[in-house]
Structures are given as structure tokens and as C-alpha cells.
Write a protein that binds this ligand. Structure first.
Ligand SMILES: Cc1cc2nc3c(=O)[nH]c(=O)nc-3n(C[C@H](O)[C@H](O)[C@H](O)COP(=O)(O)OP(=O)(O)OC[C@H]3O[C@@H](n4cnc5c(N)ncnc54)[C@H](O)[C@@H]3O)c2cc1C
Length: 438
């Protein structure tokens, strides 16, 4: 089997202190020092960091994360996928070096960096061969507690953010229900009697990732029935609380890919949640959660990109090595051109992802670029993964060659956290001014 060159690069050291240094540097330099690079011989290499458009802090993140990920080659992820076992060791490595708080405030142990750096981190994890499994084991930490940062009290921020960033607690994210993308119709309900110090939750969630191992859940429920609110966005409330397994039944959904990171149905009744775990004002939960959604789309887009580049790397190395009819298959344009086309599509999507990230960090808060980046990156990644399988022929279908795993995982960013169709609906309505179609 072709080697993937994991050891070809030497990366700089990563410590919590160096992350703070990144922050300082970031203030000094938003443009790249390295204006030149060699052309993408890099597409066959593991985690090049000299993208001409990246800032110094993005390069530093790239190199540091690549160094961690080099400990976990694609064979590690194949085994995790086969064993259905959570990658605790990567999660702990990321926590130990301070990366779980990359976007969190420094007073709680975070690094105060932006989505521009977090996207590099997620792309790099995924691109290392870890794919969506590697990215998903830390994903929730990066954007998930944004509502706590923005709307939590000082006491909540200290209590919830510090252990999450330190890797001592893990959180899952419970929004989706059987009502699907029609989120405002969700049915789970929290009631509180006058004078009580707790809410009582009843209902269900579906597709809650990492609930098998999480100690905490960020959960959106109704506190005022839909028919009693002025607008459907009103009357929803957000809690960040212990995932109390004596009251919440957690049933795993056996799924197509990303088996290392579980996904679940949660069923709960008579679940007492302290009123002190309410994040923001009662009834304003949707407003709180929407804050993190553009960031999440950008991060998922970056993860998709990583998967696409990983597939492209495997395919181009294979196409150079594999000889059929007396010549490398990569000499055939029917093999070479689709890979070249995928590189261009991934790079185009990458420019959109990092534009969306930069705009987000600058305070731009409408969703067209974040949505477009998720759409474009997911489509480009899916196509690259499918092409990689075909380039490898029969071996593409064999688990030991990894690309079939990437193809299975590449469906996730097309579906979640919002589908392709809903992104097209959004752009049709908000950008093109067409009538709302749903
Ligand atoms: C691996 C995985 C992990 C996930 N992890 C989490 C998690 O941790 N937490 C969480 O809360 N959720 C999670 N999700 C859920 C995910 O966000 C949803 O699956 C996604 O939002 C789509 O919702 P749905 O599956 O209910 O699709 P549905 O709403 O049932 O839609 C089905 C299809 O119909 C289309 N459709 C529906 N309405 C329209 C319309 N008006 N116009 C055009 N097309 C339409 C959709 O685009 C989609 O293709 C996860 C999902 C997956 C697959």
C-alpha cells in the first residue's frame, strides 16, 4: 500500500502558551508572510501549511494540529470505525494542549481565537485521515457552548466552560426531533411550577451525537406552547445540564458511517433540571442557539474539505503507483482529469469557507456565506470521495484503503446540520429575493 507521508514534515511545538502567542501574533499580522509556495505537489502530501491566503496564526494552528494528528494515522481511524469505539485519546490530546477552547474566552481557559483558526483546526483533523469521526469527537466543544459564552451568567460560564475546555466534561447537542428541519415545531417541553427551583422535562431528541459518552447536554425545548406565542421563534428555552441517565434513555442509532462517534435517540420524562441551568432568558432559547449556527456551518464545511483533500491525496498517490496495461493509471486522463477537477472544486470551496470564517470573525452575522460554504464544501468533498473510490477500483471498495470510509462519511456534511435543500431555500429567498418556498 502507498505511504501517506505522515512523517515527511516536522511541525512546531504546541503548548497552551504558544496558543496565546498565536493570539498576540494575530493582532500583529492578518496577512501571510509566505507569499510564495510551490505548486500543489502538496495535494499528495500530508497537511501542507503554506497556503498563500492563510494568516500566520492559521499556519501555526495548522502545524500544531497536524503534529497531534500525525499520531493517529488512517489505520487508527479504520480500527475505531470497525470497533465502534470513541477516540478518547485524540480528545484528551486536544484538551491537554488547550485546543478545545480555541474559540473560548481566555479567562475560562480558552485561547480567544476566531472561527478562522477553528476552521483550520477542524479541516486539519479531518484531512489527517481522521475524517468526520476525528472532527466530531471535538466538534461540539468548538462552537457548541457559544450560547453559554454569550448569554450565560458569569457563574454559569465558570461552572460550564472551564471543565469543558479542560476536557473533563463532554457535551452533546440536542436540537433535532422527529419534526426534522422544522425546528420551531419541536415538541419536547419543560414546565416549571411557581416557586419551584427546577423545570420538569418531557419529550425526545433524535440524532444526538456523542450522548453515549457525554456528561452534559445543551438542549432546546419549548416552555410555552406554540399556539400561545406571538411568533414561532418565541417560547423555546435552552438548558445546559447534566445528562441524567436515570431519567434520559439513550439509544444508539446504528448508522452508515462515522461509527466511532455515536449518534442517539434520547427519551425523557419527569427529568428534573435545575432552573440555574437555564441559559439566557426563558422563552428566548432560539435566539440564543441561532448565534452559533453560522459558525457551526463554517466548521462543518471545513471538516468536509479535509475529508475531500484526504480522499484526493489517497487517490493521487494510488494513481501514480498503480500500473495497469503497462502504465500508471494516473497517466490516463479519465483518471487524472476528475482528480484535477476535484482539486479545483475543493480549492474554490476552501476560499468560500475561509471568506465566511473571516466575515464571521469580523461580526458579519447573516448566513449566506456560511451556508454557501457548507453547501459547496460538502458537495466538493462528496464528489472527491466518490472519485477516489473509483480511482482505486476494487481496492476502493476495500476498507483497508480508507476511501470507502471517507465516502460514507462525506454524506454527513451534505445532510447535517442543515440539508442542501434548506441552504438552497435560504439563498433563493434571502439572496435572490424569491418567494419563501417552505
Ligand atoms: C450523523 C449525524 C449526526 C447528527 N448529529 C446531530 C446532533 O448532534 N444534534 C442534533 O440536534 N442533530 C443532529 N443531527 C441531525 C441533523 O441536523 C438532521 O438530520 C438534519 O438537520 C436534517 O433533518 P432531518 O433528518 O429531520 O430531515 P427532514 O427534516 O426529515 O428532511 C428530509 C429531507 O427533506 C428535505 N426537505 C424538507 N423540507 C423541505 C423543503 N421545504 N424544501 C426542500 N427540501 C425539504 C430535506 O432537505 C431533507 O433532504 C445529526 C444527523 C446526522 C446524520
Amino acid at each position: 500500500m502507498a505511504t501517506l507521508g505522515h512523517t515527511r514534515h516536522v511541525f512546531g511545538a504546541t503548548t497552551r502558551a504558544s496558543i496565546s502567542r498565536i493570539h498576540c501574533k494575530r493582532l500583529l499580522t492578518k496577512t501571510s508572510r509566505h507569499s510564495t509556495r510551490t505548486i500543489h505537489a502538496q495535494a499528495q502530501e500530508f497537511l501542507q501549511s503554506n497556503q498563500p491566503d492563510w494568516t500566520e496564526s492559521q499556519r501555526t494552528v495548522r502545524e500544531a494540529i497536524a503534529k497531534i494528528c500525525a499520531k493517529y494515522p488512517p489505520e487508527y481511524w479504520l480500527k475505531k470505525d470497525n470497533d465502534h469505539s470513541f477516540p478518547h485519546d485524540l480528545h484528551q490530546d486536544m484538551a491537554r494542549d488547550g485546543w478545545l477552547g480555541i474559540c473560548m474566552p481566555s479567562e475560562y481557559g480558552g485561547s480567544d481565537l476566531g472561527i478562522s483558526e477553528a476552521a483550520v483546526m477542524m479541516q486539519t483533523i479531518s484531512e489527517s485521515g481522521a475524517g468526520m469521526a476525528g472532527a466530531s469527537c471535538v466538534h461540539m466543544n468548538i462552537f457548541g457552548l457559544e450560547p453559554v459564552v454569550k448569554f450565560g451568567t458569569e457563574e454559569q460560564r465558570r461552572k460550564f466552560l472551564v471543565p469543558l475546555i479542560a476536557g473533563k466534561e463532554r457535551a452533546c447537542f440536542g436540537v433535532t426531533e422527529n419534526t426534522g428541519l422544522d425546528t420551531l415545531k419541536l415538541q419536547s417541553f419543560a414546565a416549571k411550577k411557581e416557586g419551584d427551583d427546577h423545570y420538569v422535562l418531557k419529550g425526545h431528541k433524535i440524532w444526538t451525537s456523542t450522548a453515549q459518552i457525554a456528561e452534559k447536554v445543551l438542549i432546546l425545548v419549548r416552555t410555552t406552547p406554540l399556539d400561545q406565542v406571538k411568533k414561532p421563534t418565541h417560547g423555546l428555552s435552552l438548558f445546559y445540564t447534566d445528562l441524567d441517565r436515570s431519567k434520559v434513555q439513550v439509544n444508539e442509532i446504528i448508522k452508515m458511517g462515522r461509527a466511532a462517534v455515536d449518534t442517539n435517540i434520547l427519551l425523557f420524562d419527569d427529568w428534573h433540571v435545575p432552573a440555574t441551568d437555564l441559559i439566557g432568558e426563558e422563552g428566548n432559547g432560539f435566539k440564543s442557539i441561532i448565534q452559533g449556527m453560522n459558525a457551526e456551518r463554517i466548521l462543518i464545511a471545513a471538516e468536509a474539505l479535509g475529508l475531500g483533500y484526504a480522499a484526493l491525496r489517497h487517490a493521487s498517490i494510488y494513481a501514480k503507483d498503480r500500473v495497469v496495461f503497462g502504465r500508471p493509471i494516473g497517466k490516463n486522463q479519465a483518471i487524472q482529469h476528475p482528480l484535477a477537477d476535484s482539486w479545483m472544486k475543493l480549492e474554490s470551496a476552501r476560499l468560500m469557507v475561509y471568506l465566511a470564517a473571516r466575515l464571521y470573525d469580523q461580526g458579519y452575522d447573516t448566513g449566506e456565506y456560511a451556508n454557501a460554504s457548507k453547501y459547496l464544501a460538502a458537495e466538493a468533498a462528496f464528489e472527491a470521495c466518490e472519485r477516489a473510490v473509483l480511482v482505486l477500483g476494487g481496492n476502493g471498495y476495500a476498507k483497508e484503503y480508507h476511501v470507502e470510509r471517507y465516502l460514507r462519511e462525506s454524506l454527513i456534511p451534505r445532510i447535517a446540520p442543515v440539508s442542501r435543500e434548506m441552504i438552497l431555500n435560504y439563498v433563493g429567498e434571502k439572496v435572490l429575493g424569491l418567494p419563501r418556498s417552505y
